[in-house]
Design a protein around this ligand. Structure first.
Ligand code: ME8
Length: 523
């Protein structure tokens, strides 16, 4: 039986259209899911939308549409975006789905019955027009951080979750499982900023919020949106439903991939809820860094003072899904923050996709056409240079596997591209055009082309999870149709005597200045 692998993204707020920041997480998760599938795992990949809460309600109202209609429109745009970016999820969960709503009510009931939720009074600083409670530290100049108006002390009946009981259990969890939360710097953040100062019980219901899931046994209370949202990871598998076979098969999650902004919810509140429910904990949480724009975090609501074009709905049709995927996977060192810039995107497109990968493929295929009428040659013997290149490719192969074990997608894709750049350097060294002129060196020419084709094949096998469209195009042309990784250790995978399909240019070269000007008009 195949080993299972369950991976999730955060469920995104459909307050307005998703940004390239949300694409960042989703593309990484998709790449990891595809990679694990190719490694022979039984993968389940879930993503979705987090549709409750006052903020969503207000954003929907602002749009002038009926709330559900507004959400449906954004969900449709989101699903189209994932299709456009070749994101291959297994389930898209919406927190307005009926089965999720029912399961969240049951989870709340269960926590209440087990004594982890109790009724009390919430005291806080309340902003009447925003209908929001704030803590002292959240205020800006003593005023509401959202609208800048006066706040006043108010009390409200509310349910609380006994989060304070979990401090020691959480500390033990981090200590016993150093891999639970990565990068490890995030553990120190959790311990020093939240757990050591003391965890307080968490208010998990509001009577002032109406757009949400009501408490089953006390209908005037709406369940706190984060309890509703975090539960998606289990309700999406059918937890507490009539058919929980998926839950039994896939839970616990192997990886919750999230941005660093929501680590606290995932590394403190979520494990505490799961412990209270007596459920196994996710094996790993990875809090990646932010994609920044001019030093600021991209967000759905913030208007940034920049002319950068970040809309994937414009970038993908113009430059391909693979180009956008490549840039996001490659440019930001995994775990850290990284800047988005149109110029860097276009430069990487030219240098890495067009000049390195694209050029290697087109040079090799055109030589194959010219010298062997597109028929894959048999290599009788390899020379020193071919063996050196093969060894370098095999070393990079090891690196890709090693980096993907720790989800370092940016180093993994760099290693794949190292195979292509080594092959390009080798072409200069081997000078096949000179060898071709000499009738006595035809075996050598065959060995050169065979080596190049096998390097392209090996690189493209690995590239497929990262850049599925172009990698599949190359693999199809070579007659390789593996759903799992095969032949990673040798250079004898291509069928000698088989004719390859000619391939058109993978990434046409761009005039960076012209593109920047045109994008500025479009965005
Ligand atoms: O937080 N760089 O939803 P959200 C990198 N609904 N990643 C970014 C990013 C950026 N500039 N901007 C957003 C929520 N992200 C909750 C989650 S989960 C149970 C509930 C990514 O729409 C990143 O993964 O605000 C971040 O954690 C997520 O989008 C936040 O999406």
């Amino acid at each position: 039986m195949k080993e299972k692998f369950y991976i999730t993204t955060p469920i995104y707020y459909p307050s307005s259209k998703l940004t390239i920041g949300n694409c960042y997480t989703t593309i990484i998760a998709d790449t990891i899911a595809r990679f694990k599938k190719k490694q022979g795992k039984d993968v389940f990949y879930m993503t979705g939308t987090d549709e409750h809460g006052q903020k969503i309600f207000e954003a929907a109202k602002k749009s002038g549409k009926d709330v559900k209609q507004h959400l449906d429109d954004i969900v449709l745009d989101t699903q189209n975006l994932w299709k456009m970016l070749n994101v291959n999820y297994d389930k898209f969960i919406r927190t307005t789905d009926n089965d999720h709503v029912l399961a969240v009510k049951k989870i709340f009931n269960k926590l209440y019955e087990k004594g982890y939720i109790y009724k009390s009074t919430y005291k806080g600083l309340y902003c009447l027009p925003c209908e929001s409670f704030w803590t002292q530290s959240q205020l800006i100049d003593g005023k509401c951080p959202d609208c800048g108006r006066e706040v006043h002390e108010q009390e409200e009946e509310a349910y609380f979750f006994k989060l304070s009981e979990f401090s020691n259990k959480l500390l033990k969890l981090y200590k016993d499982n150093p891999e639970f939360l990565l990068p490890s710097s995030r553990v120190n953040e959790m311990v020093n900023n939240f757990i050591k100062p003391g965890l307080e019980d968490l208010c998990v219901s509001r009577t002032s919020v109406k757009w949400g899931i009501s408490v089953d046994f006390d209908q005037k209370h709406t369940i706190y949106v984060w309890i509703d949202a975090l539960s998606n990871y289990i309700t999406g598998l059918g937890y507490l439903s009539e058919n929980d076979s998926m839950f039994k098969k896939y839970w616990p999650a192997d990886l919750h991939l999230i941005g660093k902004d929501i680590v606290r919810f995932h590394a403190i509140i979520w494990p505490a809820i799961l412990m209270a429910l007596d459920l196994p904990l996710p094996k790993q949480i990875f809090g990646h860094g932010w994609l920044l724009l001019g030093g600021d975090k991209l967000s759905k609501s913030k208007k940034l003072n920049t002319v950068e074009c970040t809309d994937p709905r414009i970038l993908v049709p113009r430059y391909s899904a693979d180009a956008v995927r490549y840039y996001l996977l490659r440019e930001i060192p995994f775990g850290s923050d990284g800047n988005y810039s149109t110029e860097a995107f276009l430069n990487r497109y030219n240098s890495d996709l067009c000049n390195n990968f694209g050029n290697l493929v087109s040079r090799t295929f055109s030589m194959l056409k010219k010298y062997f009428n597109l028929i894959i040659p048999e290599a009788k013997q390899y020379g020193e240079n071919e063996i050196a290149l093969q060894n370098k490719a095999l070393k990079e192969k090891e690196n890709v596997i090693k980096y993907m074990e720790v989800y370092d997608v940016s180093k993994a894709i760099t290693s794949i591209f190292n195979i292509f750049s080594e092959a390009n350097t080798y072409i200069q060294l081997a000078q096949p055009w000179a060898v071709a002129k000499d009738e006595n060196r035809q075996d050598e020419l065959k060995a050169i082309l065979r080596t190049l084709l096998e390097c392209i094949r090996l690189g493209s096998e690995f590239l497929e999870p990262f850049m599925p469209e172009k990698a599949q195009k190359v693999l199809n042309a070579l007659g390789i149709k593996n759903s799992e990784f095969e032949g990673l250790d040798n250079f004898t995978n291509l069928k000698s005597g088989q004719k390859v399909e000619d391939i058109s240019i993978l990434f046409p070269r761009l005039d960076v200045e012209k593109e920047i000007n045109e994008l500025a008009e479009l965005c």
